[in-house]
Write a new protein. Structure first.
Length: 408
């Protein structure tokens, strides 16, 4: 009894690495759960959910303390072996179901798709049944927490069980690996999706390394050599790295796009601040208070406020002066888009300056066209951030006007 406890206590120090991928996989699953529930009829999302759940379960139950606890609770030495092998085999089946969903999509309900799905479910369910049958026939009385694969590599029936789960795992991983890397090389992929697929591909590549290491260690036992360290010391960290990369591969497209969108909204809100502050100097330019709201709502409110104030300024925009400013910006070497933004900023500043003159309010009813200004408020606001450039454009635009009397 003491011998059975000591390995578990020792292995507890080694099991920390198993909980890290379990935590990362759980995080990936939690991120995906809302989408999976909302789009439950999508087979691809169901396959992703099942894959992440099973992968997480594998790392929970493969940890040496969990192995020892399972064996002790059931009273059957090494019963954790067929249980973990079954979870790993179910994970392999989920990988193949995910590949089928990826290749065919939600709309494909053809006989070939249904036949492939049934084939995967039948074969891998049969493998799981065979694993339990072989374990029932095997004689494995000594509990092994970390080296069961090599310790019982030559034991009848257990030998076949170990070979069966490794083959089932290797076949599924190889197919998944090839399909993912073929997909990575296709054109038109979103950048976040491409990075996610690359992470998945590398993760499944590490899975292939795991199988290679395990086969080598078990094969060495069959040939009378001792390479157990490959199975006990190298394979576990390889599996952990693989799981983390796979979890990251599923997280990156979702979280990356979400963070990118949030950053884009916050950046747009920040870039509009110069124009927002300028509009607040206009009579009546007082935005309604916003008690609560997320970044998207705050951006919408700021854009709406700016456009609401810009619209009445149309009558004060001097299009001739704006045209001179545009030509001046071009002469200073700015690209047409940047020149238009600088000219618009100069024109808006001038319009704000004359906004309070009652004579202009009453007399100039025609005004300028704010259509372009309302569309390009982001570029206009960014131009207001560089008063040195605006001053240079003003000086340059004023030169021809001053030079006319001299030439005459």
């Amino acid at each position: 009894m003491r011998l059975a406890f000591d390995p578990a206590e020792f292995a507890g120090h080694c099991s920390i690495s198993f909980w890290i991928p379990a935590a990362v996989l759980t995080a990936a699953l939690l991120i995906k759960v809302p989408t999976i529930i909302r789009l439950w009829h999508d087979p691809m999302l169901r396959a992703v959910g099942g894959l992440l759940l099973l992968a997480c379960a594998v790392f929970v139950f493969v940890a040496p303390p969990t192995i020892h606890w399972t064996n002790r609770v059931t009273g059957v030495p090494n019963i954790s072996a067929p249980w973990v092998y079954s979870l790993l085999t179910a994970f392999c089946g989920s990988c193949l179901l995910l590949i089928i969903a990826w290749r065919n999509g939600l709309a494909d309900r053809s006989a070939a798709t249904r036949r492939a799905t049934r084939w995967v479910v039948s074969v891998y369910s049969g493998v799981i049944v065979a694993l339990w049958g072989l374990f029932a026939l095997a004689d494995v009385p000594v509990e092994r927490l970390r080296d069961l694969d090599t310790y019982y590599a030559g034991t009848p029936f257990m030998r076949e069980e170990i070979l069966l789960y490794l083959l089932a795992h290797a076949v599924a991983v190889l197919i998944t690996f090839r399909v993912i890397w073929n997909w990575v090389r296709t054109d038109g992929l979103d950048a976040w999706l491409r990075w996610g697929l690359k992470s998945l591909g590398v993760g499944y590549g590490f899975n292939l390394l795991f199988d290679t290491v395990k086969f080598t260690a078990v094969g060495a036992r069959w040939s009378g050599r001792d390479l157990d360290w490959l199975s006990t010391d190298l394979a576990p960290p390889v599996a952990c790295v693989s799981a983390i990369l796979i979890a990251v591969g599923f997280i990156v497209p979702h979280a990356g796009q979400y963070l990118h969108d949030r950053w884009r909204v916050r950046l747009a809100h920040r870039q509009l601040r110069p124009l927002y502050l300028l509009m607040r100097t206009v009579d009546g330019g007082v935005p309604a208070p916003l008690l609560r709201g997320g970044p998207e709502l705050r951006l919408t409110r700021r854009e709406t406020f700016i456009r609401d104030v810009l619209l009445p300024l149309a009558r004060h925009i001097d299009e001739e002066s704006r045209g001179r400013a545009y030509e001046a910006a071009l002469e200073l070497g700015y690209a047409p888009e940047k020149a238009r933004a600088l000219a618009a900023a100069v024109a808006v500043q001038d319009a704000v300056a004359v906004r309070g003159r009652a004579a202009r309010d009453d007399a100039d009813g025609a005004g300028g066209d704010t259509t372009e200004l309302l569309k390009e408020i982001g570029a206009l606001s960014r131009a207001l951030r560089r008063p040195d450039r605006l001053q240079a454009v003003r000086v340059r635009a004023a030169v021809p006007v001053r030079s006319v009397p001299v030439h005459e």
